[in-house]
Write a protein that binds this ligand. Structure first.
Ligand code: BTN
Length: 240
């Protein structure tokens, strides 16, 4: 896997898409020690702290319809990478693409895409709190440093990225050869809130129900009190 590490860029997602648009359609990973315009979800800023992992993978897709699956692959890859530093039992996944440690957010994932001729290129942007945990969307956040296993050293972003890139590639190849089903099962095994009452907040409504499963494209399947099944493709989850 090709890996490039820059001292500074505006946003690794932007830089990866720029490189893709100029003809390097990946796969490659691009990390930076600093970002001057780190992007979070919904147009928010991602506070980029030196020492934290700031990186984007660039992949091209022949079947763009299921690009959303990549954020679940990214969450699985982050979770597997974190197991090198943090006790596995503390790590959980939260719909749609959060990774939690002891119930606190440790990572942000942001997918951005573009087209080069007829090929879709996707930047899989990943920020992992290694040394510092800025508050994210008013959620209490945490870091690797706060949860380190005994006898393990805090990693440098440059040494963590190849591990993350390898884990991502492994899940990506499973996806290419077997589809989303095996990854969905892995994700469900590690997720919080399954079969429990939750509230899903979408851009225009709040729905309370039981988190029943994950759809083929990563939709949250929520059954409300009137037994109606809602298949939610974007939103946030809160626990009742
Ligand atoms: C979120 O809001 O949860 C998603 C945050 C994603 C942050 C990462 S850091 C590396 C990549 N470059 C960006 O500008 N954003 C993503």
């Amino acid at each position: 896997m090709r890996i490039v590490f820059l001292e500074e860029t505006d946003s690794t997602n932007k830089e990866a898409i720029r490189r893709g648009s100029m003809g390097d359609i990946g796969p490659f990973w691009l990390g930076a020690y600093n970002q001057t315009e780190g992007k979070g979800r919904r147009g928010r800023e991602w506070v980029s702290v030196r020492g934290n992992l700031l990186a984007s993978g660039l992949y091209s897709l022949s079947i763009p319809e299921n690009a959303a699956n990549l954020s679940f692959i990214a969450a699985l890859a982050v979770s597997k990478t974190l197991e090198n530093y943090i006790i596995e039992d503390k790590i959980q996944l939260k719909w749609p693409n959060d990774v939690l440690v002891d119930g606190k957010k440790i990572c942000g994932i942001l997918l951005e895409s573009s087209f080069v001729n007829k090929t879709m290129i996707v930047a899989i942007g990943i920020g992992i709190n290694i040394v510092s945990s800025p508050e994210i969307d008013k959620f209490v956040a945490t870091s690797i440093a706060k949860n380190l296993k005994p006898e393990i050293k805090i990693p440098f972003p440059g040494e963590m990225l190849p591990i993350l890139a390898k884990e991502f590639q492994t899940y990506f190849e499973i996806w290419q050869s077997q589809g989303f089903a095996p990854l969905r099962n892995l994700w469900l095994k590690k997720c919080v809130g399954l079969n429990k009452a939750i509230i899903a907040r979408t851009h225009n409504e709040e729905i309370e129900g039981i988190f029943e499963s994950l759809g083929d494209n990563g939709e949250l399947n929520l059954r409300d009190k009137d037994n109606i099944l809602h298949e939610i493709s974007a939103g946030d989850v809160f626990f009742v």
